[in-house]
Design a binder for this molecule. Structure first.
Ligand code: AMP
Length: 506
């Protein structure tokens, strides 16, 4: 039967004997084994009581078997719901209650604490560990590989991704078969993926980057990947010679720049380095180019929309920008309150529309309605502008915007000035509650190892470079910035940590 996403993943042109992945222990999976394994997995899901449209939640370590759960769900018409392995039991309770899955696949180490949560929501529980063993695999092994795919249309749900939810509760973004398929097809083409490619995959697979961007692109290109459980700079450098491309978050690139093995020679054969999920510092882009000769290709997307923009494959990959809207994606800049479309060059909220944009938030019709304009554009919550060459620039999340004395300050603009100063590794600029100004612009700075940089140095250097109202009222120093697993700076944690800076409790 017709199954929109799986029919594309496993078309007639697939060579069953070709390798799909090799993991960190040298275990391989061919495309034929992938197809059969997904069939067995789909049978196991049905045997475990999963019906078409049911959610299958999984909080499991990265493994080839975990990918088979995703593909088994696609074949069985179920909705795959991957959960960050770092989530604690109370966080998990919220997701399971909200999504009411039919089945929850968990790491055996967490079976005791997660079983009551699953039971309370009426979900069955099975286990799968980092080596692919557990009660779910025991069931899979007893199943035949033949499986008649469940019919799924382009608009049917394929997955729910919960947003990272740095403010308020996280919401489940509903992604359709075509949201995933159309975006992956676009990226294969835009980034020129072919079956000759070998991707270095060191990203987690509970997030859109590692699961949908990386894995679906490899699948649809009939390419292969080296599938590592986690990012480790030594390991990645050792494997570099066997791959043609890598997709990473900015932290991968900064860590590799600290590795002596990263040279022109060790990366000469590489075709493409892609970065996304968090802003790549222009300085990292430039250092990478100087060391390796490669211009990192930065792209921009989010759980709700898959990928929206990309720097070009041919042509200038401009540091500090996220490139052009992808083919088929309409992107505009609007006034955050009125929704008026702003002229080129002005900063506003980024809005997108296209086959990549999700169907809405699970169980949250009112929030969904608020986040879409009447003409179907999704309000991303990212602030940005488009330059005269058409490149999109992101200046920060709308919620990170600082309003001080009635003036808007976009953190990125201040951060860029600070990052440029000698002795500074990186910075995060936040607004903290301030009696006179409403919010006080505050810089949190990480100095380069061994550098002696002071609050006064930074404030003097910025004076004259930025309008007075944008100047930080204080500069604080930390050893490192708090980041989530995708490398995003968690400004909410910084705001919390320093919330009484200007309004000390008496
Ligand atoms: P997530 O849903 O976890 O993928 O987070 C999506 C958010 O990550 C976006 O809304 C942006 O704020 C941010 N993001 C993703 N890619 C980039 C990028 N290349 N530059 C700046 N921010 C990015």
């Amino acid at each position: 039967m017709k199954n929109h996403l799986f029919d594309l993943i496993f078309g007639h042109d697939v060579d069953r004997a070709a390798r799909f992945l090799i993991d960190g222990h040298g275990r391989t999976l061919t495309y034929g084994e992938l197809y059969d394994g997904a069939g067995q997995t789909a049978n196991a899901l049905v045997a475990a009581g999963v019906r078409p449209g049911d959610r299958v939640a999984a909080q499991i370590e990265k493994s080839a078997e975990a990918l088979l759960v995703y593909l088994g769900c696609v074949r069985a018409g179920a909705v795959f719901l991957p959960l960050n392995t770092a989530y604690t039991a109370p966080e998990i309770a919220y997701f399971i209650d909200d999504a009411s899955p039919a089945l929850f696949i968990v790491d055996p180490k967490r079976l005791d604490i997660l079983t009551p949560i699953a039971s309370a929501a009426g979900a069955g529980v099975k286990t799968l560990d980092a080596n692919g063993a557990g009660s779910f695999s025991d069931l899979v092994r007893t199943m035949p590989s033949e499986f008649e795919n469940i019919e799924r249309d382009p608009d049917d749900l394929a997955a729910i991704l919960y947003t990272s939810g740095t403010t308020g509760r996280s919401k489940g973004a509903m992604l359709s078969h075509d949201n995933l398929a159309s975006n992956a097809l676009t990226l294969v083409d835009y980034w020129r993926f072919t079956k000759a490619d070998v991707l270095l995959h060191a990203l987690p697979i509970y997030h859109t980057h590692g699961l949908f961007v990386a894995t679906n692109v490899v699948l649809l290109a009939r390419a292969s990947m080296i599938f590592l459980a986690k990012f480790d700079a030594d390991d990645v450098m050792r494997r570099m010679r066997d791959v043609t491309c890598m997709m990473g978050v900015p932290t991968f690139y900064t860590r590799l720049l600290d590795h002596a093995g990263l040279t022109l020679e060790s990366t000469r054969h590489m075709r493409l380095f892609v970065s996304g999920s968090a802003p790549l510092l222009a300085e990292t882009h430039q250092e990478w180019r100087a060391r390796t000769g490669h211009a990192i290709l930065e792209r921009y997307g989010m759980s709700e929309t898959n990928m929206n923009t990309s720097n070009p494959y041919d042509g200038d990959r401009v540091p500090g920008t996220v490139g052009y809207p992808l083919p088929g994606v309409s992107l505009r800049i609007a006034h955050p309150e009125s929704g008026a479309i702003l002229p080129q060059g002005e900063i506003g909220v980024i809005e997108v529309k296209g086959p990549n944009v999700f169907l809405g938030y699970w169980n949250r019709p009112e929030i969904t309605a608020k986040e879409f304009r009447a003409d179907g554009f999704f309000i991303t919550g990212d602030m940005g502008h488009i330059d005269e060459r058409g490149y999109v620039h992101i200046v920060g999340r709308a919620k990170d915007l600082i309003i001080t004395g009635g003036f808007n300050v976009y953190p990125k603009e201040v951060e860029e000035e600070i990052d440029f100063l000698p002795g500074v590794l990186e910075s995060a600029v936040i607004g903290l509650s301030h009696r006179d100004f409403g919010e006080g612009v505050t810089a949190v700075v990480i100095a380069k190892p061994g550098a002696s940089v002071t609050e006064q140095n930074i404030l003097s250097a910025l004076d004259g470079r930025l309008a007075k109202f944008k100047l930080p009222k204080r500069v604080l120093f930390l050893e490192q910035l708090p980041r989530n697993t995708m490398g995003k700076v968690q400004k909410n944690l910084l705001r919390d940590q320093f919330k009484d800076l200007y309004t000390p409790k008496s």
